[in-house]
Design a binder for this molecule. Structure first.
Ligand code: FAD
Length: 364
């Protein structure tokens, strides 16, 4: 580090990277336990990935089951919040608990130093005794590859870029992906377009009277079983099933809620199916998920071949001053959901406090 960098270095006990729901849930506990911390988020406003979701997105759990620690979202047990309601809730939550978020600040690298982790950003450097990464995944959409894909002249977009069906009116659309986003986007697009839904296997639907609550109950059952050393009661993770939200039910009512198995390749104006037939296609919407956004951690020599970091709970095994929160099953059951992140956030803050309070010799 040059003397200039050293002189401008800002010091803090804990730096949280990312400013979405995972960061806020963690901040709630850091604040409660009086940790000196700051949060760096690269967005212009509060709300994390929810700001990027398509406008008509409705949560699959009622407000009471979509809340961060300490302060329930308005709406109770019967109301399924919209995207905009979640963004408002996160903005108000941030203000209510005076979360010290600096934005827009993009973290570009985290570097191990003897006396802490140096966090490099586009607005100067920090030296943090501990770092909690909560960068989510929306920056890293996953797109599968198919033969001929580059010769396809139509438009390809990820669900991360889907902004509603109106813009696609009159076009022939393929929606690819058998999860909740695939089902919801197909349900919406099929109202105004000639649309085909492509899934690897037949979709599995939850009963109509079951909503996202059951998914969290399953996540809790899995966590409890793991605590007691019992077998996983839901080895398929229980979170892959489609919730019958109103637009999906409506698509079933119109008789269009069915999917086909994947095509084998692209051609310039469409796709070729397994039986050799051809379908013209204007737009492909890939609802094929996301990968954790971890580019800022590749500067640490701890990433494995698949880009993941070895964890014990949420803590890095190889860099004990680093924790990861909110990246889904990998970092805690249901931890990529509003209510599900609480358990990981609390455990992480507890470990951070223990680390910061421990005598220096015991902390490395
Ligand atoms: P994010 O919200 O992505 O926040 C991370 C923040 O960190 C972002 O602001 C990002 O820009 C920023 N960032 C990233 N990299 C950097 C960097 N290098 N430097 C600084 N900042 C950085 N959950 C539910 O509970 N209920 C639901 O009904 C539900 N429905 C969903 C439907 C869909 C279609 C999707 C995709 C998700 C849904 N989820 C739902 C899941 C969940 O709410 C999101 O995955 C959630 O946004 C994850 O929160 P996060 O804080 O971990 O990440």
């Amino acid at each position: 580090m040059s003397w200039r960098e050293t002189a401008s270095l800002r010091h803090v006990d804990t730096l949280v990277v990312g400013g979405g729901q995972s960061a806020l849930a963690t901040a709630y506990f850091l604040r409660r336990w009086q940790v000196s911390y700051a949060v760096l988020d690269d967005q212009d406003a509060a709300g994390g990935a929810w700001q990027r979701a398509w406008p008509s997105l409705q949560l699959f759990s009622p407000a009471q089951w979509s809340s961060l620690p300490g302060w329930p979202m308005r709406g109770g047990e019967q109301h399924y919040p919209s995207r905009d309601e979640v963004v408002t809730y996160l903005r108000e939550y941030e203000a209510r608990y005076s979360v010290p978020v600096e934005r827009p600040v993009r973290v570009t690298a985290v570097v191990a130093e003897p006396d802490g982790l140096r966090v490099q950003t586009d607005r100067g450097h920090w030296l943090a005794r501990t770092v909690i990464s909560a960068t989510g995944s929306w920056r890293s959409p996953y797109l599968p590859s198919y033969p001929g894909q580059t010769s396809f002249r139509g438009r390809q977009m990820h669900s991360a870029d889907y902004a509603g069906a109106q813009a696609l009116q009159g076009l022939r659309v393929l929606v690819v992906g058998g999860g909740n986003s695939g089902a919801q986007i197909y349900a919406e697009v099929s109202r105004v377009n000639e649309a085909t839904w492509v899934t690897l296997s037949p979709p599995s639907y939850l009963p109509d009277d079951v909503d996202g609550r059951v998914l969290f109950e399953r996540a809790t059952a899995r966590w409890q079983a793991a605590q007691r050393g019992l077998p996983d009661p839901y080895p398929d993770n229980g979170l892959g099933h489609i919730v019958m939200v109103p637009p999906v039910r409506a698509a079933r009512g119109r008789g269009v809620l069915h999917s086909v198995r994947p095509f084998v390749r692209f051609v310039d104006d469409g796709v070729i199916w397994e039986d050799g037939t051809h379908s013209p296609v204007d737009v492909v919407i890939w609802c094929t998920g996301f990968r954790p956004s971890l580019a800022h951690l590749t500067s640490l020599p701890i990433a494995q071949a698949d880009g993941r970091i070895r964890l014990a709970g949420t803590r890095s095994v190889d860099e004990p001053r680093l924790w990861l929160v909110g990246y889904g099953e990998w970092t805690g059951y249901a931890s990529a959901t509003l209510i599900g992140v609480m358990r990981s956030a609390r455990a992480t803050a507890q470990e951070v406090v223990a680390y910061l309070d421990a005598p220096a010799a015991a902390t490395t």
